[in-house]
Design a protein around this ligand. Structure first.
Ligand SMILES: Cc1cc2nc3c(=O)[nH]c(=O)nc-3n(C[C@H](O)[C@H](O)[C@H](O)COP(=O)(O)O)c2cc1C
Length: 476
């Protein structure tokens, strides 16, 4: 049974027990040095890191949590050897079966320390500067923003980058159509500031699930509950009325002015695409959280990720949660025959999807591929879908390339779509036209309707068994 985890500290303990954590006791600077150690470690597929000695600070910084699939599996209480497809299948099964709402409790460790008035200072924590051209220090890379729909009280958790603009202001990048942006527009319509809380820590799944594109109206709290098998313990904040995790490490609370005239310059930032996301002046100004109160536990742990070029934990997180959510949404659409789904981390965990299907009817490959673009998840910035037959697992890239080579005829088996929702962070698009992208569907299945199908070479079963029995004899 999975060990229950409400708390980042429990997760760190488990990682240590499993030999997946390294404590760095040497002094490290928050300014570039920390992120560069973490990034180089991530590129080498190293352990998660706990920096315990940050120059000028007492708070430790935890990084590289999810660089390896094994650590995501541990956070989800699964076997360490699980693959991304295994994890996504399990995730999709669980959320389809049952969502578990959060449980409101009266108190929790997050209220151990309260900073108000003149004591409010975001730089009390060792907020890192990640890359040389970043516009500043980023408090939010694993942090999730909690906001509430003013009409329905639906609570959303979203991972959005958050820059320290000054000691009491947190710049927010809420891209168009993201849940918190939709909510902010509603507050603008009713002429009220939006209450918001930026959270670091709590369940290790907060970061993983907070960056999942679940349809508007499904609370990520319920998804975390479903995946961990227990409700997230939350406290109703007396300041904002929001439900905040009782075991979080740090919660920054305040209000966001929805008036675009009061937005501020934010960025640039070394994004997950491997490029800086534009120059601050050329980019759109951003809303920001006016911080009124900071809550933190005794000896809080600051959690960061390096973002930047693939593959780091950002790409792993995106790959896993998008694979799982795409799979779930395809199931809900009732597309038959889906065997496996995969959005590779190397595609930054978002731009390409691979679907394996067992065909039941002519045009089934096209149906599955087009369905990807029709889902809320696949519609957002997925540029390419590759559909393969059931004999190939979606994550078996060698076989997928083989299928594209021998089962795919470009003129017959390609569908192009000119216009689809994109992310404005895509560097393949011109800066001023980044909300639209074209899409390609590569149907690398053997057409169901062909009466004369190519004959696939299979080894003779009896001979193969005999050979395997004698394997040791051959000294191979
Ligand atoms: C490390 C990381 C940073 C992210 N930064 C942003 C961001 O700055 N803005 C944004 O809109 N989405 C960002 N995302 C993607 C969102 O988390 C994702 O689209 C999620 O679905 C947003 O939540 P929502 O669906 O509740 O709006 C980031 C994801 C990760 C993993």
């Amino acid at each position: 049974m999975p060990e229950k985890m409400q708390d980042l500290r429990d997760f760190i303990k488990i990682l240590e027990k499993e030999g997946e954590l390294k404590r760095i006791t040497a002094e490290v600077d928050w300014n570039l040095e920390l992120s560069h150690i973490a990034k180089l470690n991530e590129e080498r597929k190293g352990p998660a890191l706990l920096f315990e000695n940050i120059k000028g600070y007492e708070t430790p910084v935890f990084t590289s949590a999810y660089t390896k699939t094994s650590r995501v599996a541990l956070a989800l209480g699964m076997d360490k050897t699980s693959t991304i497809v295994d994890i996504a299948r399990n995730w999709s099964d669980k959320v389809t079966e049952k969502l578990i709402p959060p449980e409101i409790v009266k108190n929790g460790p997050i209220f151990e320390n309260t900073l108000e008035g003149d004591d409010v200072d975001l730089l009390k924590f060792p907020v890192p500067q990640l890359y040389p051209m970043d516009g500043g220090r980023y408090f939010g890379t694993t942090a999730y923003l909690i906001t509430k729909d003013p009409e329905t009280d639906f609570i959303n958790l979203g991972v959005y980058r958050m820059q320290v603009l000054d000691n009491r202001s947190l710049g927010l990048q809420l891209l168009k159509g993201k849940d918190a942006e939709v909510m902010l527009n509603k507050y603008w319509e009713i002429g009220e500031p939006m209450p918001a809380a930026a959270v670091i820590g709590g369940s290790p799944l907060g970061f993983l699930v907070g960056s999942t594109l679940v349809p508007y109206g499904t609370s990520e709290y319920e998804v975390i509950g479903s995946l961990s098998g227990e409700p997230v313990e939350v406290i109703k904040s007396d300041l904002t009325g929001l439900l905040i995790p009782a075991q979080a490490e740090i919660v920054v609370e305040g209000f966001v002015d929805p008036n675009p005239e009061n937005f501020r310059e934010e960025g640039p930032f070394g994004e997950y695409t491997g490029y800086y996301s534009g120059k601050a002046k050329e980019e759109f100004p951003k809303p920001w959280l006016k911080v009124e109160r900071i809550l933190h536990r005794n000896k809080p742990i600051f959690w960061a990720t390096t973002v930047g070029r693939p593959v780091t934990d950002t790409h792993m997180v995106q790959s896993i949660n998008r694979t799982a959510e795409l799979w779930t949404q395809l199931k809900r659409l009732g597309v038959p025959g889906i065997q496996s789904v995969y959005i590779p981390p190397e595609s930054t965990g978002r731009f390409w999807a691979i679907i394996s299907i067992k065909q039941n009817y002519p045009g089934h490959g096209r149906h599955a591929g087009m369905a990807v673009f029709a889902t809320v998840l696949g519609n957002y910035g997925v540029k390419g879908v590759i559909v393969v037959d059931e004999d190939i697992r979606a994550d078996d890239i060698e076989r997928v390339l083989w299928a594209i080579s021998v089962r795919y005829n470009p003129i017959e088996d390609t569908e192009l779509i000119k216009k689809g929702r994109s992310t404005p962070l895509d560097p393949s698009l011109p800066m001023e036209k980044r909300y639209i992208v074209s899409r390609i569907l590569i149907d690398a299945t053997t057409p169901h309707e062909w009466e004369r199908k190519p004959i696939l070479i299979e080894m003779d079963k009896v001979t193969m068994e005999k050979v395997l029995e004698r394997w040791d004899e051959f000294g191979l």
